[in-house]
Design a protein around this ligand. Structure first.
Ligand code: DP6
Length: 317
């Protein structure tokens, strides 16, 4: 056996969202989702077995207190992989610093960790199986095993063996992602808690599972046809619908800041001018834009004039 395992994985942005679990222990989603990975932004993890009596977890070069939320969640995940009670791991994990933050690092984090475990224990498992394992750490991590587009199937089985992600073969070099930085502070309600409160208290949520599955299919078909307009408008509508369920939750969950709404209005104004740009948003105030490479200069200029920071990423470069 190797003494050290290594893994690296990108962050991903959902074009149709995962929101709601049908099984909290197994992290099984109520609906499927589709995402795009962002190369160059993500997590790198090294892992080994230590003689220490408990896990040692380093995040971005700093050793965490075992009681820290991040460390506790990670150790709990590692419980699935200990030979016995006495096995302890030493984990060294770093996120590549996103200039425009607000990107889920739990997704790339658990995907990189599972790749490191696969390397350490020499499992030689296919990516789809590793996706299933990453799902236990964080649902969205199931999609971070792949470059490009990935579809996470909700699955039907109670044991979750059919709930994992698979890549889509489509390459789309013109597709560009814009990261609009509104606020990089930690979100007030994490997605795990947020989606549970939504499932428990939001009447509007009853319409979500069917809409989400329908929009997932629309987006996958549109990706395969490279129908940018259909991908963009379906993704934007899907994100706004998810946020509508968050707002209609009790207590209400509102991730938007005034600047988020200002940025949305910018996107809509650009579309009025014939520049085709769409947005999506996750459990935070930042926007992620979908555009085509030819419109990058116009979009940069429009946001620049309002002093809003934006970074561009070409997922297929
Ligand atoms: C809004 O994957 O972070 O970003 O499974 O509880 O770890 P857990 O939740 P998480 O939720 C992501 C929610 C989202 C939408 C998405 O990425 O699909």
């Amino acid at each position: 056996q190797k003494t050290r395992g290594h893994g690296q994985a990108p962050v991903n942005i959902a074009l149709s969202k995962y929101w709601g679990k049908r099984d909290k222990a197994l992290n099984l989603p109520i609906n499927g989702s589709v995402s795009i990975s962002l190369p160059g932004l993500g997590t790198e993890t090294t892992l080994s077995i230590t003689e220490n009596d408990r896990d040692i977890i380093r995040l971005n070069g700093t050793t965490l207190e075992p009681e820290a939320t991040f460390a506790k969640r990670l150790s709990q995940f590692l419980n699935w992989f200990r030979a016995d009670q006495t096995t302890a791991f030493s984990v060294d994990t770093s996120n590549s610093v996103p200039t425009a933050a607000g990107l889920a690092s739990s997704a790339s984090g658990y995907a990189a960790l599972v790749l490191a475990l696969n390397d350490l224990f020499d499992w030689q498992l296919p990516k789809e199986s590793l996706s299933l394992l990453a799902r236990f750490g964080s649902g969205s991590a199931s999609r971070s095993l792949f470059d490009g587009f990935a579809v996470w199937h909700k699955g039907h089985q109670n044991d979750g063996m059919d709930s994992f992600a698979e890549p889509l073969a489509t390459l789309w070099p013109e597709l560009t992602i814009g990261l609009v930085k509104v606020d990089t502070r930690e979100k007030p309600v994490g997605s795990t808690v947020g989606m549970q409160q939504t499932v428990d208290t939001c009447d509007l949520y009853k319409a979500w599972p069917e809409q989400a599955e329908r929009e997932l299919k629309t987006i996958v078909d549109a990706i395969q046809k490279k129908d940018f307009t259909l991908v963009g408008k379906t993704a934007e509508h899907n994100a706004l619908s998810m946020h509508a369920t968050m707002i209609a939750t009790w207590p209400p969950i509102v991730y938007w800041q005034p600047e988020s709404v200002a940025a949305m209005r910018m996107v809509w104004a650009l579309r009025e001018q014939g520049i085709e740009v769409y947005f999506t948003m996750d459990a935070g105030p930042n926007l992620k834009l979908l555009l085509q490479e030819k419109d990058q200069t116009a979009v940069k200029k429009a946001f620049g004039e309002r002093d809003i920071q934006i970074d561009f990423i070409q997922p297929f470069e």
